[in-house]
Design a binder for this molecule. Structure first.
Ligand code: ADP
Length: 246
């Protein structure tokens, strides 16, 4: 278990976002967090990213598994739903931006940055778009550029908040499958928050079902479907399945 989250709670004033949530993220897995709006999914993701802090509870990272703990060199990278590409920069420049900003710190030469950006664009199958402006890309291509911007930093933990939200339905599934294939190829430990239950059940190693700031169940997609831990879980997962049929 790479990341261990133990009894994390977080409130914003009177609003309780997380109540004593415990879970682990295994090395190289794709963990999906699903649940209704307001369940606390994004809050948990932000805490994992280190951009928000829990009121109580601890997060432990095991760096003895051949994966480093998040650091400057291999950060935990959070990609938002509303990933904003810099409109005045080409795809290449957008992806290079994070590396250039950390160039001194990482001790990277310009040539190494170019190589890493090119490699990354190739992995994401958008190499031919390197010179294009974001406005000239399709939604799916923009999504890949956003992913490239994160992956080029060689994250120790990739955190994706609603990565399929801006895509239309057929593209959702295709993008989800692409993400899964990429995640396995690159072996990057990934947590995906999504309300597209059907899309994530198909690609996740494990699914955490959240509601009202609590983690109701965390299991394989098959187990969550066949053996929901409670009526609430069955309802939440069931809603997603009905959407497939519709
Ligand atoms: P989800 O991602 O599952 O939709 P969130 O983690 O965004 O849920 O939100 C959980 C609860 O915490 C919600 O009631 C939300 O309104 C509240 N919340 C989240 N972030 C903030 C914030 N920065 N300030 C105040 N309330 C917040």
């Amino acid at each position: 278990e790479y990341v261990q989250v133990q009894s994390i709670s977080r409130s914003y004033g009177a609003v309780v976002a997380l109540t004593s949530v415990s879970l682990s993220v295994r090395r190289n897995e794709l963990l999906a967090l699903v649940g209704p709006s307001g369940a606390g999914k994004s809050t948990l993701l932000r805490i994992l990213a280190g951009v928000d802090k829990q009121d109580s509870g601890v997060i432990r990272v095991r760096s003895d598994l051949g994966v480093e703990a998040p650091s400057e060199r291999h950060p935990a990278v959070l990609v938002f739903q509303d990933y904003l590409l810099f409109p005045h920069m080409t795809v290449f420049e957008n992806v290079a931006f994070g590396l250039r900003a950390r160039r001194r710190h990482l001790g990277l030469s310009r040539r190494e940055i170019t190589r890493r950006v090119r490699d990354c664009l190739r992995q994401l199958q958008i190499a031919e778009k390197a010179g294009a402006w974001p406005a000239h890309l399709s939604g799916g291509q923009q999504q890949r550029v956003a992913l490239a911007r994160a992956l080029v930093l060689e994250p120790s933990l990739l955190l994706l908040d609603e990565p399929f939200a801006n895509l239309d339905r057929p593209l959702k599934r295709e993008t989800a499958r692409f993400l899964r294939e990429l995640q396995q190829r690159l072996q990057v430990t990934t947590v995906v928050v999504s309300h597209d239950i059907e899309a994530v059940l198909e690609i996740a190693d494990r699914v955490g079902v959240m509601s009202g700031g609590q983690l109701l169940q965390i299991d394989s997609p098959l187990t969550v479907r066949q053996y929901p831990a409670s009526a609430d879980v069955a309802d939440l997962i069931g809603t997603g399945l009905k959407e497939v049929v519709r």
